[in-house]
Design a binder for this molecule. Sequence first.
Ligand code: FSO
Ligand code: SF4
Length: 540
Amino acid sequence: MFCDQCQESIHGTGCTARGVCGKDEMTAKLQDTLVYATVGLALAAGRQAGGVSREAGRRISESLFVTVTNTNFDDVAIVEEIKKTLAMRDRLNALLPAVPDHDAARWTGSSLDEFLAKAETVGVQSYSANEDLRSLKSLILYGLKGLAAYTDHAAVLGYDDDEVNAFYAKGLGALVEDLSLDELTALVLETGGTAVKAMALLDRANTSTYGNPEITKVNIGVGTKPGILISGHDLRDMEELLKQTEGTGVDVYTHCEMLPAHYYPAFRKYSHFVGNYGGSWWQQDREFESFNGPILMTTNCIVPVRESYRKRMFTTGMAGYPGLVHIPARKEGGSKDFSALVELAKTCQPPVEIETGEIVGGFAHNQVLALADKVVEAVKSGAIKRFVVMAGCDGRHASRKYYTGVAGALPDDTVILTAGCAKYRYNKLQLGDIGGIPRVLDAGQCNDSYSLAVIALKLKEVFGLDDINDLPISFDIAWYEQKAVTVLLALLYLGVKGIRLGPTLPEFLTPNVAAVLVEKFGIKPIDSVEGDVEAMMAGA
Ligand code: FSO
Ligand code: SF4
């Protein structure tokens, strides 16, 4: 196996025997074959008379999402995804005057052994013999994987974007084409442009269905009833779980990236939606143990499952893990059936309280724009000197203490804008407020980084600036998995310069490609807390 797609990849070599994430060799290989099958599907779908259909776009989203870090460790499920993808590829091939002239569009296989054998020649290292070209192709592929997660969530709510689907064909097709450094660099930016569209699409899907997030205080303590803990990003699963637990005597809590569900009016109304339990994804093994009740993983961020809670943990959607019960997809027009979790919860003890208090969030674009006058006034009066965007992911590495340090060291006249699980490094610090505006404004999930971009663009307009980089705003982004790559590419596309990226730069960037990013966009690695805070306050 070879995998270098996340920040915890073994530095210098990538993961070659077993992933730091827990992914083993067989799973890694099957995921490589699934990506290659998806490239074949993209080649066939992109050549259809009407362009990439919504059905094909959804299949591509699902297949790529399965291969995002920590999403699916279940080989049986991945084999099924490969089969479904090849079947759709072949149906589309049959509609063409000629099957695309590439092995990705033509190879055949139907057994586990054949899929594993195929993986030997189609992993990410096969996309080019030139390491710089391969690096750019990796950047495109990983950006597309994150994008796929977002378009999958939007599709679940009935929202698709034909332009995003069209780009799946172009971007995935590029992985198996001979393209120059310049052509691939342009495609990297185009991936960023498509990422903006995908994030806007998901924002529209979420807010049209569940209302605009509002300022909300979220309880981090526990109640006295047994609970179900829901993690991941899928808001439709959230909705159906809340409906199916209402009046059952079972409470519902969020974990990690599901915390922002509390900010939506459609979910706030449920009295049994009690609070958020614990911290970010990598702490789940300890926290799932003490939660005592059933746990539902709706998307990525599964860490190797401990025996102590294995029987209480369920997956759904694109998530999967061997030995766990998987709640099947909903039928057309229907709902998923979470009754197994509800029945199990009734037999469980209430959660053990691990902390008390509350965190405040709900500062997505609509809410912040409603406060725009107050914010603009605070900037004009000098009460707010600078905004620091600290969005992205959290992870296991001790070096991520840097983000807690930066949040604490930023002067009292700065406001932190955040989204994604990166916030767990500082969202329980008491950082106060500026004239009633909290110093940490949490927009929501990582996809809600879109909101942060909307807010920045609005501020640019209000202050009559031509360039987003003229705002008193700095970007100190943390990355872990491929959705953060998507967010980063979106920011680059929007013209943001001088982003700090940490805790380490991606392993898959060669020195030459990193140099291009430095030269064109001023991307820089993080340094010391003191040095970076001082530099950011000076606008550097
Ligand atoms: Fe964090 Fe995980 Fe949302 Fe990522 S929970 S690491 S950026 O999934 O997707 O923010
Ligand atoms: Fe390694 Fe990350 Fe790939 Fe897992 S996802 S195998 S930790 S690079």
